[in-house]
Design a binder for this molecule. Structure first.
Ligand code: 5GP
Ligand code: ZN
Length: 113
């Protein structure tokens, strides 16, 4: 999707501080970090949110979670704890309509909601 900011990051058209990439996902630093570690894990495939994941994407979902766990380890968050968030829709606080997962950690996070 040419107008989608994360598609443009995936394609390299917009620069990002990339932490990890493979054939299905990329991970980069959030431009407006809300915690000492704030990464975004983004499928290369454009899906607006989890609502667009189909049965053909079940491997992708599992892979994203696996990458999130590996990145948490890599960022030394495994022993102290962290949070994974995927905002969905207006009331969920989603501002970029390309499926992504926040990995947040490095400080004690406040209560959810
Ligand atoms: P959402 O609000 O949809 O859950 O998360 C979108 C996230 O993308 C926000 O935390 C925002 O700071 C981040 N973001 C928006 N535009 C850019 C960008 O151009 N580059 C990077 N690295 N992050 C971005
Ligand atoms: Zn997109």
């Amino acid at each position: 999707m040419s107008g989608c900011i994360f598609c443009r990051i995936v394609s390299g058209e917009i620069p990002s501080q990339k932490i990890y990439e493979d054939d299905r996902v990329i991970a980069f630093k959030d431009i407006n970090p809300r915690a000492p570690v704030h990464l975004l894990v983004v499928p290369r495939k454009h899906l607006a949110s989890v609502l667009e994941l189909g049965p053909e994407d079940s491997d992708l979902g599992g892979h994203v979670l696996h990458v999130l766990g590996q990145l948490a380890r890599q960022e030394d968050l495994a022993g102290r704890g962290f949070r994974i968030v995927s905002n969905c829709g207006q009331e969920g606080g989603q501002t970029v309509d390309h499926l992504h997962f926040h990995l947040l950690g490095g400080r004690r996070l406040g209560a959810m909601g």
